[in-house]
Structures are given as C-alpha cells and as structure tokens.
Write a protein of this length. Structure first.
Lengths: 108, 120
C-alpha cells in the first residue's frame, strides 16, 4: 500500500497570502496524484489531477506541481473561500486508492 | 446536473448490518465506475470500495473485505454498499463518488454523505 503523508497538518495563513501544501508518497506515483478541497460539512471537491491539471472551474490561483514522491499544492493569494481542508490522493497503484491525512488551512 | 444522493445510514449495534444506497442522476450511470469513500468523525478520507460500469468487477479495502459488498442496479441508477459484521471503527460518513470520464480512479462528483454510527 502506498502511504501518503501531508504536511503541515495545519497551516495558518492571512487572506491574500500564499499557501504551500506538501504531499509525499512512500514510493513513486509518477504524476498520478489528485488534490481535493473539503469545507466543513461538505463533500470533497476535485481541484487538481495529473499532479498539475486543474479540474473544470478551478481558479488559476490553485497550482499543483511535482512528480514521483514529492508534490505541492500552492494557493497563490488566499481568498476567504479557500480556508478548508485539503487532501492528496494517489491513483498510480491500487487497490487501495490512498489519501493523505490532510492539511487544514486556517485563517491567521 | 450530476447528483448523487446517499441514504441508509443510521445507528447500528456492533455485529449488525446496514445497506447504503446512492441514487444517481444527471449522467449515464451505467458508463461510470463508482466508489465508496468514508470519513470517520474529525478524520481524513479513506477509500472503501469500487465497482465498474456493468458491475462485473469490484475491489475493496482490506479493512472491509469479506464484510462489505458493493453492487449497482443500472436500471435504477443506484449504487449500494451492503455492510455486515459492523465494528465501531466503521463509524464514519460514507460518500459515494463518481469517477471522471478519463480516469476511473479520480473522483469528480461526490454525494453529501450518510452517517453510519456503530455503537451499543
């Protein structure tokens, strides 16, 4: 099973600032990585797939990068609606599909 | 508009059974792989199971293998998860999720979830 590790667990950021979230895989997943956003009481929403491709309707301030075992989600200028939990998911080798433990982006 | 609506959650005693349903609309259900993903209270997302479009192929997480069964009724546009021998650690919100048209393991639409609580 591929283990996904996200850091930090919590990120405190002021509105308008940049947020950088990390995701590490226990073995290479190539670029078979997705990012999801989840707000309290809501279902997750697909942000990024293929490590760097934005899903339909996702603003350009969300940027995914990386390959192999190291990945980054960058939110260039945090808006109020961006404060949420973020999860990475690998789909290179499955079953099982595996998610990271999540990063909570909170208002500083 | 794609819609996924889960139902069937509730309180069940350890060792009990429950069947979850996910009613789908707004897309060609029979063409889509479908998955169940769960989230324990305050915890992260955990993949549970998947089924292909015609129901002929399934996969499960080790933690539920032999206890849970995923199925679908394409005539009713409905996905199911039969959960037997439930344990306290199965307590979670269960989401059904549709996969994208270009990759059967990327989730582009999710339901709102149904809460399953296993407790005596």
């Amino acid at each position: 099973e591929i283990v996904m590790t996200q850091s930090p667990a919590t990120l405190s950021v002021s509105p308008g600032e940049r947020a950088t979230l990390s995701c590490r895989a226990s073995q290479s997943v190539s670029i078979n990585l997705a990012w999801y956003q989840q707000k309290p009481g809501q279902a997750p929403r697909l942000l990024i797939y293929g490590a760097s491709t934005r899903a339909t309707g996702i603003p350009a301030r969300f940027t995914g990068s990386g390959s192999g075992t190291e990945f980054t989600l960058t939110i260039s200028s945090l808006q109020s609606e961006d404060f949420a939990d973020y999860y990475c998911q690998q789909y290179n080798k499955w079953p099982p599909l595996t998610f990271g433990g999540g990063t909570k982006v909170e208002i500083k | 508009e794609v819609q996924l609506v889960e139902s069937g959650g509730g309180l069940v005693q350890p060792g009990g059974s429950l069947r979850l349903s996910c009613a789908a609309s707004g897309f060609t259900f029979s063409s889509s792989w479908m998955h169940w993903v769960r989230q324990a209270p305050g915890k992260g997302l955990v993949w549970v199971s998947r089924i292909n479009g015609d129901g002929s192929s399934t996969s499960y997480a080790d933690s539920v293998k032999g206890r849970f069964t995923i199925s679908r009724d394409n005539a009713k546009n409905t996905l199911y998860l039969q959960m037997n021998s439930l344990r306290a650690e199965d307590t979670a919100v269960y989401y059904c999720a549709r996969t994208t048209t270009f990759a059967v393991v990327i989730f582009d639409y999710w339901g709102q979830g149904t809460l399953v609580t296993v407790s005596s």
